[in-house]
Design a protein around this ligand. Structure first.
Ligand code: SF4
Length: 331
């Protein structure tokens, strides 16, 4: 690990200034559950680290609103996962947090930082001698012909097929959440569904955020979609593992008929992935097991597999179908 300077501002404007003054190799740090790992692996080598845990106004969250839920970026994953209203009225959000990482990590990690975690692609994390366009642009992609069991089926490119690893962002994508950010040029709001970008020819670019921009809040619109929702995660073991496939599903039903459906896929794409065509197939029809199965198949219609990950197309479609059946029970 290379030496770095450490600063701990106490206000948001101070934090923004500290990052701007440090230049492009400066990083924000909150819970530290991701950045420290990457620094030890020499994937990240910041010259300055700006600790934002002293920004008190970003630690709270409010789930009492009738129009939106508001989460400060530094709210802890474990606290949000255990919030009574979230568990009752937005179970997909609570489940996406409680199924992520271990309890110890959830106690440390922030809901803002969690959105920005980087891929678990082993070639990216382990470095030389493996080629990796994300770590070293232009070097190639060892995963294309290598061990790619966990790599992306959707949204990949010749340059990169790394999966976005998060769970929380998948549930937020289903609920059309928004993210407030601030940087040296001011504040703006980014739709969660537009926060992450596909790799195309520049896999080192993972979000639309500028290097100096800080996530301050996550906001989720309150709607009748909340209660009939679930985050269904399939993994190699039932604890402390990343998704082989996952689906965040939310429904608004009128009797047995679907009035509105949301489906977001995790563990299978290069970014949080809304399956909008699959959503459309459900609207105006009874939600039967057959309709759910068909929607799952539509969700993976554009999937492109590599040598070792083909099995996850059917697994992903079944995950969507099962999630729809689980959500239907919660109306
Ligand atoms: Fe690197 Fe992406 Fe290829 Fe993995 S899939 S080796 S992160 S370029």
């Amino acid at each position: 690990m290379q030496p770095f300077t450490y600063v701990k501002p106490s206000t948001v404007p101070e934090a923004v200034l500290a990052v701007a003054a440090g230049g492009p190799s400066t990083r924000f740090i909150a819970g530290g559950t991701s950045l420290y790992d990457l620094m030890k692996l020499n994937v990240e080598a910041p010259t300055r680290v700006v600790d934002i845990t002293g920004l008190k106004e970003l630690h709270s969250f409010d789930t009492s609103g009738s129009r939106e839920l508001v989460f400060g970026a530094l709210a802890r994953m474990s606290d949000v996962a255990e919030d009574g209203r979230i568990k009752r009225d937005f179970p997909a959000l609570a489940e996406s947090l409680s199924k992520a990482a271990s309890q110890q990590l959830r106690n440390m990690a922030s809901v803002g930082g969690n959105l920005l975690q980087r891929t678990r692609c082993p070639y990216f994390r382990h470095g030389e001698p493996f080629a990796c366009n994300k770590r070293a642009p232009g070097s190639g992609c060892a995963a294309q012909e290598g061990l790619n069991r966990g790599h992306a089926l959707l949204g990949g490119s010749q340059a990169c097929i790394a999966v976005y690893p998060g769970d929380w962002a998948i549930a937020l994508a289903a609920f059309d959440a928004e993210v407030d950010v601030i940087g040296q040029h001011g504040q703006r709001t980014v739709a969660l569904n537009g926060l992450h970008v596909e790799p195309r020819d520049t896999p080192q670019v993972e979000t639309v955020l500028a290097p100096d921009e800080l996530i301050t809040r996550i906001r989720v619109p309150v709607s009748r979609l909340g209660r009939a929702s679930t985050y269904h995660k399939i993994r190699d073991r039932e604890s402390y593992a990343f998704a082989l496939t996952s689906a965040a599903v939310a429904l608004r039903l009128d009797g047995q008929t679907v009035r509105e459906a949301r489906i977001a896929l995790g563990g299978v794409a290069t970014k949080p992935w809304r399956a909008r065509e699959a959503e459309r197939t459900l609207v105006g029809r009874p939600l039967t097991a057959e309709a759910a199965k068909a929607a799952g198949e539509v969700a993976f219609r554009g999937a492109r597999s590599t040598e070792h990950n083909r099995f996850r197309i059917e697994l992903g479609a079944r995950t969507v179908a099962d999630a729809l059946m689980i959500a239907r029970q919660r109306v």
